[in-house]
Design a binder for this molecule. Structure first.
Ligand SMILES: [Zn+2]
Length: 320
């Protein structure tokens, strides 16, 4: 073999080796890249009135956001009505909402779990609340913020995707407090600070969650959060929450980051009929990217609520 051909052979060998090494390192980098889990959270879902009429016509009230739901690993929202066939309306309560179990066909199509900690899930009494828990279980839907008793109501909904364990807790602090669960009474979880802190700590220690997110029902019908919301959000993050997400004010509220963790004080309405003011017909849908360190990415999608209370996507806005 001539000196020249030996040199060519050596060079070719080196090139081949470096190509192999590049390919190998590219593969390992891809495999080592941390995968995120996407969680979509919508605001308040009230299925009476317009949405009920739509479902009776065979129309899916969530259809406008079907693509966003389909593309996410986990989908949740606050169910602000009773799903039951029994019970009687609470005395002296101006607005009470109840829908039949057939509506869950549409909820199940798009959601993995629903939050029950709100000021309407108890509108038809504890028996109707318990019946709703049964219907949700039958439909294969998870629940947070409510249960057959106090312990269940304060137990997180645990969901695992791609090896990441996520705990969602739900709390109501908007009256009536009579909807609260008790040792032997079905109902919602109420947000007493010391209990909330214990629940968040238990989500990590007992339930081995990597990510813990409390979803709140709180605040006044104002565009800006109040002092109580801000205090409790900080308390929850200090206790180990990775984000805090709220609802109830029927409009979007301000956001912030505390200790680097995002706080959305109110997402506003998602599916809700009966509001004439534009501010009440515009809500937020969050898509959070989660990993073992908490929230890695935030996308805020705008839901424009049209006639009959049905939402359609209307672009995105910047998150905190
Ligand atoms: Zn509410």
């Amino acid at each position: 073999m001539s000196g020249l051909s030996r040199l060519v052979k050596t060079l070719l060998g080196a090139l081949l080796l470096s190509a192999c090494l590049t390919a190998w390192s590219a593969t390992t980098e891809t495999a080592a890249a941390p995968e995120t889990v996407s969680l979509v959270v919508v605001g308040d879902i009230m299925l009476e009135d317009g949405p009920s009429r739509a479902m009776r016509r065979g129309q899916d009230p969530f259809a406008g956001f079907a693509a966003l739901f389909k593309g996410a690993d986990i989908r949740v929202g606050n169910l602000e009505c009773v799903v039951a066939t029994i019970g009687s309306p609470e005395d002296d309560k101006p607005n009470v909402f109840r829908v039949p179990p057939s509506t869950l066909r549409y909820v199940k199509r798009h959601f993995d779990a629903v939050g029950l900690a709100n000021n309407h899930s108890g509108d038809y009494g504890p028996q109707a609340f318990a019946q709703m828990l049964g219907f949700l279980k039958q439909a294969g839907l998870g629940v947070y913020g409510g249960g057959l008793n106090l312990t269940e109501a304060h137990t997180p909904w645990i969901v695992e995707r791609k090896g990441l364990r996520i705990a969602l807790l739900g709390y109501d602090e908007f009256q009536p407090r009579s909807f609260e669960a008790d040792t032997d009474k079905p109902g919602v979880a109420w947000s007493e600070d010391a209990q909330v802190v214990r629940d968040i700590q238990a989500a990590r220690s007992r339930w081995k969650a990597d990510v813990v997110i409390p979803i709140m029902h709180w605040g006044w019908e104002d565009p800006v959060s109040n002092a109580r919301q801000r205090q409790l959000a900080r308390t929850m993050i200090d206790a180990g929450a990775d984000a805090v997400i709220g609802g109830h004010p029927h409009q979007v509220q301000d956001t912030e980051r505390y200790q680097g963790k995002p706080i959305f004080y109110s997402l506003g309405n998602f599916v809700f009929d009966g509001f004439s003011q534009p501010v009440n017909n515009r809500g937020w849908v969050l898509r959070l990217e989660l990993d073992k360190n908490g929230v890695r990415g935030v996308q805020v999608h705008v839901a424009q609520i049209g006639a009959g209370g049905l939402p359609k996507p209307a672009g995105t806005v910047a998150g905190p």
